[in-house]
Unconditional design. Structure first.
Length: 206
């Protein structure tokens, strides 16, 4: 005949039951990780001679991001002065690194050239043109758009400014596609690459 459980056993059992239902108990990680992707095969090259393009080494950077984007979480602007920081939607790598790499790939596709060097580079690197970028805005918004605003410039190898401009672009977020925010941000980054590539092509024609 089994003896009745002791008070100590009942106490330990109650702790196990309560801890399993407690909000303090370990919870499964709900994080989903995202990356920007290049628009390889979907970008039309601007009218420029491939030989001209491949003759020049182009430096990309430095690229500066505002402090509120220097985080792992994906940011959504819900009002002009209010941001939502997602706890579950997370960039798989630092956003600035992902941005620079994808922009480099998109520009290479646009200009039919792989002669891009990301900042920083050695002082002896024979850069012909340098593209500097200050990202002012790069996030999804509550109205289901992805925005990119940037102040950027092109300098020659001597540091002389050849061109400077502010660019603001947006792409609709398609809620029926996988990872809609990251996909739309990738598209708006590809749009920005078209703008930069077009201007680089004009400089070569000047």
């Amino acid at each position: 005949m089994k003896s009745a459980p002791s008070i100590t056993e009942l106490f330990l059992l109650s702790i196990l039951v309560v801890s399993g239902c407690s909000p303090l108990a370990p919870q499964p990680d709900q994080s989903k990780f995202y990356v920007l992707t290049a628009a390889v095969g979907h970008l039309a090259a601007p009218p420029a001679t491939p030989g001209e393009i491949k003759d020049h080494l182009i430096g990309l950077g430095p690229i500066h991001f505002p402090g509120y984007l220097e985080r792992d979480q994906i940011v959504t602007r819900v009002a002009p002065n209010q941001l939502d920081i997602s706890e579950n939607k997370v960039w798989a790598e630092p956003l600035a690194n992902n941005f620079a790499r994808v922009l480099s790939i998109d520009l290479s596709e646009q200009l039919a050239s792989d002669r891009f060097v990301k900042f920083p580079w050695y002082s002896t690197t024979p850069i012909e043109y340098q593209v500097r970028i200050d990202v002012l805005r790069f996030e999804a918004s509550a109205d289901r758009n992805a925005w990119l605003a940037a102040r950027w410039s092109i300098e020659d190898r001597h540091g002389k400014s050849l061109y400077a401009n502010d660019t603001t672009l947006k792409e609709a977020i398609k809620i029926d596609e996988p990872a809609p925010e990251a996909a739309a941000l990738s598209r708006v980054l590809a749009d920005f690459s078209r703008v930069v590539a077009g201007r680089l092509g004009q400089l070569r024609d000047d």
